[in-house]
Design a protein around this ligand. Structure first.
Ligand code: BEZ
Length: 247
């Protein structure tokens, strides 16, 4: 089963993802009159902020449900694959928040971003960096081994270190201006179960019936000592990679 996105599920369990995009938005610094591509725009919450800054913005997302939600905000948003962009020298900047950890074909993405930019254009991205959700991944992998499941389904993501991703961008033709790996303990409004069901449904769907319930209980119990605060709120072990590069 592939990861799929529902705009409603995302809004309920993961609105904090776009709310936490402020730092990346500040690095982008959109200006009136600029033409900007928002890559992996989700339901358009940050795309709308870019438009409100006076830029002309196009969004791309692989999820039709998210694209529909973004269009309902009156935005120009298209269904598309970040690893197969077909824009040609159209944008002053490409922006991406909390999306590229879903796309392991990093070189293809970077080459598509280069093609999409005008000469001198900039790329500002933030996504999961090295060590992101490490405790959560480790707990799922232990559960897979314990219950006879596929551990690979616990970790489909791309979480590079800054130096590693910098080399990807340099290979594509960019000069990296700044990069940071940012630990960001993130409170989960609907707890760890809401997070797991939103972001890792394919892992749990490999188990059925009562076994599935036991796997979920095993993962939650394993994570409680490190991710559940003294007042009972869950905090995810997020680590972000933020980077700015120019042509
Ligand atoms: C993240 O935003 O870091 C993230 C989202 C979903 C799964 C894993 C990481």
């Amino acid at each position: 089963m592939e990861q799929s996105w529902s705009a409603e599920g995302y809004a309920n369990h993961a609105r904090f993802v776009s709310d936490l995009g402020e730092g990346a938005f500040a690095w982008l610094g959109p200006k009136p009159g600029e033409v900007i591509l928002d890559l992996g725009c989700g339901d358009g919450a940050l795309t709308e902020r870019i438009a409100a800054a006076g830029a002309s913005v196009v969004g791309v997302d692989s999820s039709p449900d998210m694209v529909e939600a973004a269009r309902a905000r009156g935005l120009d948003v298209r269904v598309g694959d970040a690893a197969a962009l077909n824009f040609d020298a159209e944008f002053d900047a490409v922006f991406s928040n909390a999306a590229l950890h879903w796309v392991p074909q990093a070189d293809e993405v970077a080459r598509g971003v280069v093609r999409a930019l005008r000469p001198g254009g900039r790329f500002v991205a933030e996504f999961g960096g090295f060590g992101n959700v490490a405790a959560i991944v480790t707990a799922m992998m232990a559960a897979a081994r314990h219950f006879g499941g596929d551990p690979a389904l616990a970790h489909p993501w791309y979480f590079p270190a800054p130096e590693e991703y910098g080399r990807v961008l340099q290979r594509a033709g960019f000069t990296v201006n700044r990069a940071a790996l940012i630990p960001r303990p993130t409170p989960l409004p609907t707890g760890i179960e809401g997070w797991l069901s939103t972001f890792r449904a394919p892992f749990f769907s490999q188990f059925h019936g009562t076994k599935r319930d036991k796997v979920l209980a095993f993962v939650v119990d394993s994570l409680r000592p490190s991710l559940c605060g003294v007042e009972g709120g869950w905090i995810a072990d997020y680590v972000r990679l933020r980077i700015e590069a120019r042509l």
